[in-house]
Design a protein around this ligand. Sequence first.
Ligand code: ADP
Ligand code: ZN
Ligand code: ZN
Length: 660
Amino acid sequence: MPVLRVALDLPLHRLFDYLSPAAGAADVGRRVKVPFGRGERIGVIVAVVDDSEWPVAQLKQAGEILAEPAPLPDDFFALCEFASNYYQAPFGEVVLQALPAGLKRLTPPERRAGRARKAPPALAQPALTAEQAAAIGKVTVDGGFSANLLFGVTGSGKTEVYLRLVEQVLALGRQVLLLVPEINLTPQLEERVRGRFPTREVVSLHSELAEAARERNWLAAFGGQAEIVLGTRLAVFTPMPRLGLIIVDEEHDPSFKQQDGMRYSARDVAVVRARQAAIPILLGSATPSLETWANAEGGRYGRLDLKARANPEARLPAVHVIDTRRLVLKEGVSAPLLAAIRERLARREQSLVFLNRRGYAPVLACPACGWVSRCQRCAANLVLHLADRRLRCHHCGFENGIPRACPTCGNQDIHPFGRGTQRVEEWLQGEFPEARILRVDRDAVKSRKQWEAVLERIHGGEADILVGTQMLAKGHDFPRLTLVGVLGADAALYAADWRAPERLFAQLMQVAGRAGRAELAGEVLIQTQYPDHPLFAALVAQDYPGFAAAQLKEREQAGFPPYAFQAVLRAEAPAMAEAIAFLEQAAALPVIGEHDQVMLYDPVPMKMARLANLERGQLLAESYSRPALQTFLPRWRAAIDGLKAGSKLRWHLEVDPLEL
Ligand code: ADP
Ligand code: ZN
Ligand code: ZN
């Protein structure tokens, strides 16, 4: 009797066999209802075979095989298999996480057809600059796999390069997958894509879509009706029958890395997908990740450069550092920056004060006894939010009211220490009572709707001063913005995290890119106590290649990625001793002795050692050979699976971690 091999969304590295008398090869890739435990689940049929490793008498009967939609194709399974092997994630989890929620329900909700969209305003196509034309000329859309880095400063017209290549691929009758790091970036890009291709079907796929819309869009991509799919990282697995090109915009962005569940890099999966599908992939950025830059330098990726802004009137902003060592700062703001803002106000231009810390102040403290507002559940401070009068943990979400007096000694004179966006906003309002100040951070902007409203206000000239976090740094055109002031950049310069400078450089280049996009020249003022730091010198010169070369040299000498390959085993438990003891067991497994190219470090508490009442430890595995690490990991994982652990202990492996 035919046996179905079924992938289920379970944390187990195996398939599940069921009997199904009428099943045949045509059912491979279809969804099936199967009994599991006391209930029923939706699984995906991976194979239909004649025999099972299990005694056939013990197998249960599968339920209904669902005829719709069409079976998932082989290339989808091949990609899932890669991700499962590479990231040590159970195959069933990988397969099922790629499906929209509606297709995972036993009783699918009623679906109505989507509303027809009103046609977007058609957008004209500008004549290409010489640099754009040269970049496009280097990509062959019908010549099999190729990976290219499109390295272009902000405003250099990368999007135009994307659109021309999209056009070529559509003309071949093929589909395009365009990945962006954040939902917030999709509306503008979506409008631009729709405007350029008004007769083509464009769908978006991201986590803020309602379930029904996401399912509809996914089905349109899978069915081949959608010609352009615009999505965030979760879209990378969407099966598309005629995929002809993948574009990853802002490829350096950490949002492409999934930090929970299956921990994967959508950018890296996209490159593998392009290779499997034998199609080109384009990775775009003004500040590429050092991994991608090293790939381009090493000749594994092609490189397309856009060095100038597309609009010849729009010059790159001038970047200056303000040496704050001998300046008196008021609420963290120096007199030169204040004067520069005042000038912009007088000229009716916009300023942006960038501070990557939301809330009013990072901590509330009692100077009498030393009490500080700590989260009860994490190794972190509670951040003071005056806007809604709360103390809030930015890690676990715990919150409290603001005490009137010190909970320890009763002192009524407790103070906020340090500053966040709310405090800077409040103070600037005092300095410039007539200015219209708009704060843009995750507290002020919680949904895509709010974000669109904020963008409208900025574009409509309804704000004179923007105070914002990195939310404002990415991919938006603010034509009247001519000044960017940067506060609090120094913290990242000497951080323990060796990726911090890379992130800081990217953020500051991005935020600098917001200024002077139209005909108004832009200026960027960075306050720092380390004006001679090479990172700032590279920023002032807007010399990403120089910065990257210096960073890569340091990493090569230190043996860090991309010159070494890493995986981290993390364990969390109610007590740190238990987590560390588990990691020590994992570090002593016999299998380790068989892999002499892999090195294990000592188990240590994580930087944020306590999160939501759990103590967390980690153990780093490293190798100079990716294949050596990849051979080791599945064997190590299987051995760890066999370790005894307390019922409250949880562990996971993360491959290519971004944060340690
Ligand atoms: P990037 O994505 O590199 O930051 P964009 O594609 O958003 O840059 O382009 C920046 C600005 O330049 C946009 O306003 C865009 O319309 C304009 N632009 C792009 N290419 C051209 C071109 N060839 N001629 C004139 N303007 C262009
Ligand atoms: Zn006190
Ligand atoms: Zn917390």
